[in-house]
Design a protein around this ligand. Structure first.
Ligand code: 5GP
Length: 181
C-alpha cells in the first residue's frame, strides 16, 4: 500500500502551512528587528518547519540543532527528557528562538527551556508549528504558534509515527489500522 493511502484525513494542507509560516516569519522579523538571532531546531521533527521558517525571517540569524529523547515508536510521552545531541555553539548573551514541531504535554519544552536558560541567553522564545493546549501537563505558552489543533496524533511535515511519514508536505491523521499493525 502506498503511504498516502495510510492517511485518513488531512488537517493542514501544504498551502495552509506555507501561508502561516510566511506570517510567522514576518512576525518574527518585526519582533527581532535590529537584533541577531540564533534559531534552534529540535531534531528530528522540526526540520521541515525550521527550513521553511528561516527563509521567511529577514533579520541576520544562525541556526543550530539539538536532539532530545521523545516518544520512540509509541504515541504517548514518557515524561523523561534527555539531551541526545547538544548545540555546537554557545548561546550566552544571544537572542534564542527554539523551533518545535508540536507542543503536547509541554514536558519536552519545559525541560529544554530550563536547560537553555541556565546558559544565560539574552532572551529565549519558542516558536511551534502546532499546539495541543488541551493536552498540557506543565505550563508552556509558546510566543509564536502556527496552529492550535485538537487532541489527535498527527503525522507529516516532520512529524512521524515509528520514524515514518515525516516527508509529507501536509499534516494529517493516520488510519487506525496503521497503529494496529
Ligand atoms: P511533549 O513533551 O510536549 O508532550 O511532546 C513533544 C513531542 O512529542 C513532539 O516534539 C513530538 O515529537 C511528540 N508529539 C506530540 N504530539 C504528537 C503528534 O500528534 N504526532 C507526532 N508525530 N508526534 C507528537
Amino acid at each position: 500500500m502506498a503511504i498516502m493511502d495510510e492517511i485518513s484525513e488531512v488537517l493542514l494542507t501544504a498551502d495552509d502551512i506555507a501561508k502561516r509560516v510566511k506570517e510567522l516569519g514576518e512576525e518574527i522579523t518585526r519582533d527581532y528587528e535590529g537584533r541577531d538571532l540564533v534559531v534552534i531546531g529540535i531534531l528530528k521533527g522540526a526540520i521541515p518547519f525550521m527550513a521553511d521558517l528561516i527563509r521567511e525571517i529577514k533579520v541576520p540569524l544562525e541556526y543550530d540543532l539539538i536532539a532530545v529523547s521523545s516518544y520512540g515508536a509509541s504515541t504517548r510521552s514518557s515524561g523523561i527528557v534527555q539531551i541526545r545531541k547538544d548545540l555546537d555553539t554557545s548561546i550566552e548573551e544571544k537572542h534564542v528562538l527554539i523551533v518545535e514541531d508540536v507542543v503536547d504535554t509541554g514536558l519536552t519544552l519545559k525541560y529544554l527551556c530550563e536547560n537553555l536558560r541556565s546558559r544565560h541567553p539574552a532572551s529565549l522564545r519558542v516558536c511551534t508549528l502546532l499546539d495541543k493546549p488541551s493536552r498540557r501537563e506543565v505550563e508552556i505558552v509558546p510566543e509564536y504558534n502556527g496552529f492550535v489543533i485538537p487532541d489527535r496524533f498527527v503525522v507529516g511535515y516532520g512529524l512521524d509515527y515509528a520514524g515514518r511519514y515525516r516527508q509529507f508536505p501536509f499534516v494529517g491523521v493516520l488510519k487506525p489500522e496503521v497503529y494496529q499493525k
